[in-house]
Design a protein around this ligand. Structure first.
Ligand SMILES: *Cc1c(COP(=O)(O)O)cnc(C)c1O
Length: 220
């Protein structure tokens, strides 16, 4: 069970129990699976596809769920994201951050955001380059309706556990650099079903777990 894996990894890393939050990434899974996770006490859910996410958010309104957007963001989709989510992990451009800030409702608390970093060797094109991250973070931190929390990464798949830690260590180093430059970031969103132990060993504060909770992803 994933909670047990997280607890063991926390203990191995000498980190306090509960220092790593589990985000249940429920993209592509139907409501019945989310309901089951809710019953089991899970209250943080992550989604990547906006239309699917909005339907789930509407259906589950009032159930005390914290919703995290983890997918790629097109600029014409920022308004519903700003209105309906509590966190966005995948901010990679200032323009997107500016729109999210401008569109965040005044009645909601500031939107928590992480910057997605594209470390070398990733097949995905999303993410800011490491060398651009400080400037982007400084600009995003000024936006009034956002609360910049930290960094996120989706490394290239690496089946060898001994080699999984390098990108997570690099992201942690980058976070420390940003904090040394005056930012106050507390979040490392890294680690998924296949590499959460490596991410926790390198300081993950949020692991994003899909298949490990829900089983093999349905094909769409
Ligand atoms: C789908 C997804 C996950 C979960 O991946 P699993 O391998 O199923 O645990 C985590 N992060 C992001 C950004 C995702 O899109």
């Amino acid at each position: 069970m994933v909670r047990e894996r997280i607890a063991v990894a926390e203990a191995r890393a000498g980190r306090p129990p509960g220092s790593v939050a589990m985000l249940a990434v429920s993209k592509t899974w139907p409501m019945v699976n989310i309901e089951a996770a809710l019953q089991a006490g899970q209250h943080r859910f992550g989604e990547s596809y906006l239309q699917e996410a909005l339907a789930k958010i509407e259906t589950l309104a009032g159930r005390g769920i914290e919703w995290h957007f983890v997918g790629p963001i097109q600029s014409n989709k920022t308004r519903p994201i700003a209105a309906h989510f509590d966190w966005v992990h995948s901010v990679a451009r200032l323009k997107i951050a500016e729109r999210l800030s401008a569109q965040r409702l005044g009645t909601s608390p500031p939107l928590n955001v992480c910057l997605q970093v594209n470390l070398s060797g990733e097949h995905s094109k999303s993410g800011t380059r490491p060398q651009d991250t400080l400037a982007l973070a400084q600009a995003v931190a000024q936006l009034p309706r956002l609360r910049l929390r930290g960094l996120m990464v989706v490394p290239a798949r690496e089946p060898d556990p001994a080699r999984q830690r390098a990108p997570f260590r690099a992201l942690h180093d980058l976070l420390e650099e940003l904090n040394a430059a005056g930012l106050a970031l507390d979040t490392l969103s890294m680690g998924m079903t296949d590499d959460l132990e490596a991410a926790i060993a390198e300081g993950a504060t949020i692991v994003r777990v899909g298949t490990g909770i829900f089983g093999p992803r349905p094909r769409n």
